[in-house]
Design a protein around this ligand. Structure first.
Ligand code: 6PG
Length: 247
């Protein structure tokens, strides 16, 4: 895998704007080349502004929503109307604002009281959508990163990070909601491109370790994401970049 390309932008709004520009670019490229755009959405708070930009009338009209397959990188094990639900965040910041619905939205059933069953069901839906694939053919995966180096719900030291064959696993977070459903590294390895959006000074040290070569004892889950075509792009604001990268 080639080394990630890092872009440092002034502030979170600039990160969201550049992220939205790249999503549009990837969407048009994918639909021109393959007739569809498989987009994996990140949870958390950082991407909310990007989703709002994608749903703006001016940009939304340029995106090929009817040929877009929306997936989720992870979900908390809560109902879809719960304040902690990633689906709820996406529904509010993107889906309800679109005049044209995406062709397909595959929601992770966080409400299932059995997380293992929810993970297996999501994996079955992915394998049904992408039959015969060694890894899901994800055109673009949006990811965030926590201050502990986790991404999606692949938290350091947990079994989900070490999953080698399944596409979907049960993640365990150090803080509630503890149970999560997450794409695994093999699934994320099916990506053509991965775009990290990382902001805030609290993440600057792990950013320097994961993406800036600062020595550290063990690889963070975020730096183990290895898309088959090798394109990992990292958008940082100056706070997250700290002194590690030239703005
Ligand atoms: C989630 C995300 C998670 C998130 C990071 C960063 O379900 O919360 O998948 O991996 O991207 O925790 O979260 P913030 O964007 O809120 O800092």
């Amino acid at each position: 895998m080639g080394s990630p390309s890092i872009v440092v932008l002034r502030d979170p709004a600039a990160v969201a704007a550049e992220g939205a520009r790249r999503v549009e670019e990837f969407a048009l490229e994918a639909t021109a080349a393959r007739g569809r755009f498989v987009l994996v959405l990140s949870g958390g708070s950082t991407p909310r502004a990007l989703y709002e930009l994608l749903s703006s009338p001016e940009r939304a009209s340029r995106l090929p929503w009817s040929r877009t397959i929306l997936l989720f990188g992870d979900e908390r094990c809560v109902p879809p109307d719960h304040p902690e639900s990633n689906y709820r965040m996406v529904e509010k910041s993107l889906l309800r604002r679109l005049s044209e619905a995406p062709g397909t939205v595959l929601r992770i059933e966080g409400e299932d009281p059995d997380p293992s069953r929810a993970a297996a069901r999501y994996e079955a839906r992915l394998r049904e959508a992408f039959p015969g694939e060694e890894a899901p053919p994800l055109d673009l995966v949006l990811l965030g990163m926590g201050p502990d180096g986790h991404t999606a719900s692949l938290f350091p030291g947990t079994a989900a990070v070490e999953e080698r064959s399944r596409w979907v696993a049960v993640g365990r977070a150090p803080s509630p909601p503890v149970s999560r459903i997450t794409l695994t590294l093999p699934a994320l390895g099916g990506a053509r491109r991965v775009l990290f959006l990382i902001t805030g000074a609290a993440k600057s040290r792990v950013v320097a370790e994961a993406f800036g070569g600062l020595p550290h004892p063990a690889r963070h889950p975020c730096e183990r994401v290895a898309p088959r075509f090798g394109a990992v792009e990292v958008l940082l604001d100056e706070a997250a970049a700290g002194g590690a990268f030239a703005a």
